[in-house]
Design a protein around this ligand. Structure first.
Ligand SMILES: *Cc1c(COP(=O)(O)O)cnc(C)c1O
Length: 366
């Protein structure tokens, strides 16, 4: 059977390995598996949210309120924007897909950093658009601008992943706003800010302000998610914030009821539990320093991270082998081989989890 030709050159996105796989393959008890591969919140889901989900479980037969009225209003007041400036996605991943389907096609192109979130390229290829990447792995706005200016009529979307997954680096917001002034109003600039809460906590200058995007940059969209700081990866809720014209176009692509009745409730409730988020952020950066010290001790290269993960780049050792060996010990880390790097990414865990990861890594590397 013939399929869409654009699919021929694509491979499946390699997701972080699930706990179930380690249980099946290595006979390790689920409670002994440490999963630090997908940047989930190591404290799990807040108690308050779990209870709210239980409460609405009996409504699982009902479609959710497709206007997402309450969630949009909560986000609107949090960010000081209007409900009309928001689109809800099944994870912000889905909003990335909306953006690409709305703008990119076989005749144009999408520009992104040398090493960045893999889904940008995958969705771009779905629609047969071309991918431009900077040579620099992290976001080098000078190089972005060079490539953009040389291919201005072709580039329909620019992705800025701030902070950048899977490397962890970030730019100052002011520098990024300046960059935006150089971009044509015909080009959509996507700010994927899945880790914005972390960046803001570490350094206020990194915080990208959704209200500023709505009010000053009519060709940009801000993406946020409940999957990381809010501890709701399994609920699949993300959002886009932009000028209403952009939101209206993306809305044409969104299918009705694209998040679930339970997810909707979970997200609404999660926004009310800032204490949980703060605790997660505090733990994250406190524990991060242990990994940084470890890297210095073992001469491992890393980029100072504004996220809930740290990426170790190796020289002599083989990162894939380390990931594999750790897996056999019940510790799931993320191999970055599919990003063309001899590197691994570790989500910062709870102290007891980091104890074990560091102990095992130490034994492996000494
Ligand atoms: C995790 C992540 C997302 C989206 O996650 P969802 O679970 O789909 O909301 C988007 N971009 C980056 C860079 C991420 O790391």
């Amino acid at each position: 059977m013939k399929f869409n030709e654009n699919l021929a050159q694509l491979v499946n996105y390699e997701a972080g390995k699930p706990i179930e796989l380690v249980v099946r393959e290595f006979g390790i008890e689920p409670k002994d598996v440490i999963k630090l591969a997908s940047n989930e919140n190591p404290f799990g889901t807040s108690e308050r949210v779990v209870n709210a989900i239980k409460d609405v479980a009996k409504n699982a037969f009902l479609y959710p309120d497709d206007s997402y009225f309450e969630l949009k209003n909560s986000l609107a007041s949090k960010f000081n924007i209007g409900a009309k400036n928001i689109i809800i996605g099944s994870g912000s991943d889905q909003v990335i897909e909306f953006c690409i389907h709305a703008k990119a096609n076989e005749k144009n192109a999408v520009l992104m950093a040398g090493v960045t979130f893999a889904m940008y390229e995958i969705y771009t290829k779905h629609v047969g658009a071309k991918v431009y990447r900077t040579k620099a792995q992290e976001h080098d706005l000078t190089e972005f601008l060079e490539i953009y200016k040389a291919n201005k009529d072709e580039i329909a979307i620019i992705f800025l992943c701030l902070p950048n997954n899977p490397l962890g680096g970030c730019l100052d917001a002011d520098e990024v706003y300046k960059f935006l002034n150089e971009i044509s109003k015909e080009t959509l600039v996507v700010f994927d800010c899945a880790y914005n809460e972390f960046a803001e906590f570490k350094d206020k200058k990194k915080w990208i302000d959704p209200a500023k995007i709505v009010n000053e940059f009519k060709n940009a969209i801000y993406l946020g998610t409940f999957s990381k700081a809010y501890g709701l990866g399994g609920m699949r809720v993300g959002y886009g914030i932009a000028d209403e014209n952009i939101i209206a176009e993306l809305g044409k692509i969104r299918s009705p009821f694209n998040i679930t009745t339970l997810s909707l409730k979970a997200a609404i409730e999660a926004l009310k539990d800032e204490e949980f988020v703060t605790k997660s952020l505090e733990n994250n950066f406190k524990e991060m320093t242990r990994y940084e010290e470890f890297a210095r001790e073992f001469d491992i290269e890393f980029i100072p991270s504004y996220t809930n993960f740290i990426t170790f780049k190796f020289k002599e050792q083989n990162a894939s082998e380390i990931v594999q060996k750790m897996l056999k010990k019940g510790i799931i880390l993320r191999d970055l081989k599919s990003y063309g790097m001899n590197a691994l990414r570790i989500t910062i865990g709870q102290p007891w989890q980091n104890d074990r990861v560091l102990k095992e890594l130490k034994e492996m590397l000494k």
